[in-house]
Structure formats: C-alpha cells, structure tokens
Design a protein around this ligand. Sequence first.
Ligand SMILES: NC(=O)c1ccc[n+]([C@@H]2O[C@H](COP(=O)([O-])OP(=O)(O)OC[C@H]3O[C@@H](n4cnc5c(N)ncnc54)[C@H](OP(=O)(O)O)[C@@H]3O)[C@@H](O)[C@H]2O)c1
Length: 325
Amino acid sequence: MHLAVLGATGAVGRTMLRVLAERRLPVDRLTLLASPRSAGTTVEWGGREWTIEVPREGSFRGVDYALFSAGGARSKEWGPRAAAEGAIVVDNSSAFRMDARVPLVVPEVNAEAARDRPRGIIANPNCSTIQMVVALEAIRRAAGLRRVVATTFQSVSGAGETGREALAREVSGGGGGESPFSRRIAANVIPQIGGFDAEGWTEEERKMIHETRKILGLPDLPVAATCVRVPVEVGHSVQVAVETEGELSVDGARAALAAFPGVRVSAGAEDFPTPLETADTDEVYVGRIRRDPHVPRTLHLWVVADNLRKGAATNAVQIVESLAR
Ligand SMILES: NC(=O)c1ccc[n+]([C@@H]2O[C@H](COP(=O)([O-])OP(=O)(O)OC[C@H]3O[C@@H](n4cnc5c(N)ncnc54)[C@H](OP(=O)(O)O)[C@@H]3O)[C@@H](O)[C@H]2O)c1
C-alpha cells in the first residue's frame, strides 16, 4: 500500500507515522509532505529514511490513501487534486466535514459511511467530537438519545505544535513567541476555542454541535457545548450530560459502554480517567457515571481520550483499515 501524509512533520502527522508503525497495515511506500520549511529533511520509518517533500502536481499519483493534517487551507487546495490523482483522501481539517458529499466518520460509530464518498474525500471529525460520539453511540444503542450538553477541557496540543510550545514557554517564564491562544494559558483556563459567532458560540462549539448530529445521523438532536482550553499537554476531557429516550440505569450505561468497541470504563467512582494517565493510548475512557439528581433519564459521564491519537491520527488510520479490510 502506498500512503501519503500531508503535514507529516506536525503534531498529528508525526502521531500518524507512529500509529501506522504500530498497526499492521501493509504499507510499503510513503510520500511525506509538509511546508517548504521542512522540505529536504528526512524521517525514519519502517527501517528506511524518507525525505519530506513539498506537495506539487503529481504528488498523489499512485497513492492509495492520502492522510491530510496540514490545516484547512492546504486541505482545500490539495484534497480535490489528490482525489483527482486517484488517492482516497482522509482529511483531519474542518474543510470538508459539513460537506454533504463528504462522509464524516468515526469507525466504531459509522464505518460504513466511508464507502459512499462522491468527492473521493472522507473527513475525520473534530477531536472532542470523536471521543464524545463514541460514548454517545454506546448509550444510544442502549436507550436512544434525546439531548446532549457537553463541557470540554481541551489540551494545548489540540492547537498543534505552536500550542505546546506556547504552554512550555509560559511555564518556563520565557517571553515572546507565537501563541495560538487569546490569553496566557499557563495557570489559566480559556473558555474560547476559535472565533465567536454573533450569538456568542465559538467555532469549536459549533463544530461539536453540527458534527455530532452528522456522525450520529440525528440532524435534530439538541446538542450544546462549552469548549475550554486547559494547560494540559495532551488529552482532552469532556463532561457530558446525556438525556436518553428510555430508562437507563448507571449499571446499564456501564455495561453498554464496556461492551462497545474502543471504550474502557472505570471500575467505580474513584477510578476516574485523567488525560495524563491515558495519554499515548487509542481508547476512549469513561468514568464518573452518575444519574442526574433532578432531571429524569439523564446521565453524566466523564470522557477522556488522547486528542492526537483517537482524536486525530488513530481515527484516520482506523478509517483506512476499515476500507482496506
Ligand atoms: N492537534 C489535534 O489534536 C488535532 C485534532 C484533530 C484535527 N486536527 C487538525 O489537523 C491539522 C494539523 O494539526 P496539527 O495539530 O498537527 O498542526 P501542526 O502541528 O501545526 O502541523 C501542521 C503541519 O502542516 C504542515 N504545513 C503547514 N503549512 C504547509 C504548507 N503550506 N504546505 C504543506 N504543509 C504545510 C506543517 O509543515 P511544517 O512542519 O513544514 O511547517 C506541519 O507538518 C489541522 O487541520 C487541525 O485542525 C488537529
């Protein structure tokens, strides 16, 4: 299999190369692409050195799957061209996620959607959305979904390498440098990820609302989210309040989640997952499962996953695996 990775030197791209090396995809050829800053540098993978190139016409000829993680502008520029050159594109940016002709896929939830891709492009959802919908789908199969309210605690690596660098610099007392955050992030929390719309919702919050509905195939599901950046290096946490159609006990929810692929459920109240303890793994971790004390048929969940792996690289590689199977 010939794979291309656009954005191979970034936070997600480097994680993709690690995930690809760990899994058993029969990859025998790589095309690694990034900006002119990295062109000519080399990466070791699979016992060989691969040279980073700048994307150009013909880069995707002969490529089976092209994994994109170089931002929305590059995806818009190169996605249709890569598809025209014959590659199946799996795109991590938000460029195509809400395009009706582009499936938005989390393999545990809607793997079959990836087979209908009129533009030759499959979109990987937003990181917080991926981990939340895995948990929601398990609950949906047990008792249906009526309403979802989420609050996220998102790590700085969700904003790429510059996010990590900004936190490290601020913690060490260094000044200057570029930061993707609107305020200081060290020793702080910032309830803003992306710009605000006229009604006061941020881009990340709108993504969670619309992408959740599209992946679940529930266009009218009431979803609200508050997305918060926290000074954590890797791993997003999401607190989800989910109202179900039918009755679902805490034990019933625990059983449904434990039986769902890719989910690990905490043993009890004190055994909750944290980003630090679950980083560098591929699963979605669920703990703190409680019934709402006032609202009927409503459960509260604490959902943690590694944003660079399940929230991006692993999910993209799983899409390729499901198609190659
Ligand atoms: N971080 C996450 O948790 C996460 C989760 C889901 C989705 N995503 C999405 O994945 C994408 C990448 O995110 P990231 O966190 O990996 O960002 P990042 O660390 O900033 O990496 C960006 C990558 O894009 C490359 N690039 C930049 N300009 C380019 C150009 N003109 N031509 C070709 N390549 C170019 C960079 O190459 P150089 O190294 O040469 O500059 C680098 O490889 C974004 O669309 C993001 O929204 C990220």
